[in-house]
Structure formats: C-alpha cells, structure tokens
Write a protein that binds this ligand. Structure first.
Ligand SMILES: [Ca+2]
Length: 186
C-alpha cells in the first residue's frame, strides 16, 4: 500500500461527510436567519425609543418640537412625502435642510447620534435620512400644531392623545400598516 492510497476515502465515506455537512448547514442556516431577524427588530425598537426620547428632551430644552413646520395647522409626518432628515438634522445639530444655520437647534445640542447606514443595519444615509435596518425611512409624526394630540394621517393608526411624538418602522416587509410594523407607542 502506498502513502497515496492511505488517505483515499471510499465513496461511502464521502457521502457520509457530505450528509453530515448537509445536516449541519440545514440546522445552522435557519438558526442564523432567525437570530439575524430578531437582532434587526431589536435594533429598530431601540432606535424608536431613542428617537422619541431625543424629541422629548429637545422639547424640554426649547419648548417646541424638532421641526421646521411648527405652527402649521396640521401635524406633520416625516419619512413619507417629507423627508425625515428635516427632523434629524435638527436633533443631530447638523447645519442642513430643516436646520439651516442651526436656526432650530441654536445651542447645537446633539440629541441623537445614529451611525452611518450600513448593510443590514440602521443608520443615516449620505443625505441625512435615517433608515431602519430594512432600508426604509423611519416614520416620525410631531405635534406641530401643539394641541397635545399627535394626529396620524395616511395610516391605519389612531391619533395619540397626550403624546407629542410618535415614530414607527415599516418592519421587514417594508410596507406600512401591516402587522410587521414596529411602533414606538406599543
Ligand atoms: Ca396635533
């Protein structure tokens, strides 16, 4: 018997190894996918609490919500027709759209500091839009008419009395008003 023949595996042994690997991959891939999905959802939940908390601290400091639309007759929703960067530029103390020349956050206090957007994670893109882990902008509604009710439009969700800020993520299906949505108020 030569040295070369010693390390040769039989066809049955090769099938055994292939079958073993197949089982290991078959078990570990679904576990990893479930873990990754839960991890992203947890990230979005934490972001929503940070967003609400930041807006409330901003309100305590300035007496108005982080919006260039304060005093408009209806509450304004950001993240849909109107970009959420207007709100986040103010809360991030960025001199940019919504907060030109730091006009609405003159003390330049950083209320929230999201990371740069990366694949599979939440963060702000190059234009300042705050995206959830599934690449959809976080929705933010502020009580810009200051009547102590946050009015939610173009959505199934009811108005929120006694609340000045709400935020939500469309969730993994990237569609609003579905059971996959992640809400700051529930
Ligand atoms: Ca209102």
């Amino acid at each position: 018997m030569t040295a070369k023949e010693k390390v040769r595996f039989s066809a049955a042994e090769k099938w055994l190894v292939a079958g073993f690997l197949f089982i290991v991959i078959g078990i570990s891939v679904p576990i990893w996918l479930a873990w990754n999905a839960a991890w992203r959802e947890s990230m979005a939940e934490q972001d929503l609490q940070r967003i609400v908390n930041a807006a409330e601290r901003f309100f305590v400091e300035y007496g108005y919500w982080p919006s260039p639309h304060m005093g408009t007759p209806n509450d304004v929703r950001y993240g849909r027709e109107i970009g959420n960067e207007l709100v986040f530029n103010i809360m991030r103390a960025i001199d940019g759209p919504g907060n030109e020349g730091h006009r609405l956050n003159p003390n330049r206090i950083q209320y929230i500091d999201p990371p740069r957007k990366r694949r599979g994670r939440s963060g702000v893109d190059a234009t300042g839009v705050y995206l959830d882990p599934w690449n959809t902008p976080y929705q933010v509604v502020l009580d810009t008419d200051m009547n102590d009710v946050t009015t939610l439009t173009q959505t199934i969700y009811p108005n929120q009395a006694g609340v000045g800020v709400v935020s939500w993520s469309f969730g993994p299906d990237r569609q609003s008003d579905t059971s996959a949505d992640i809400l700051s108020w529930e």
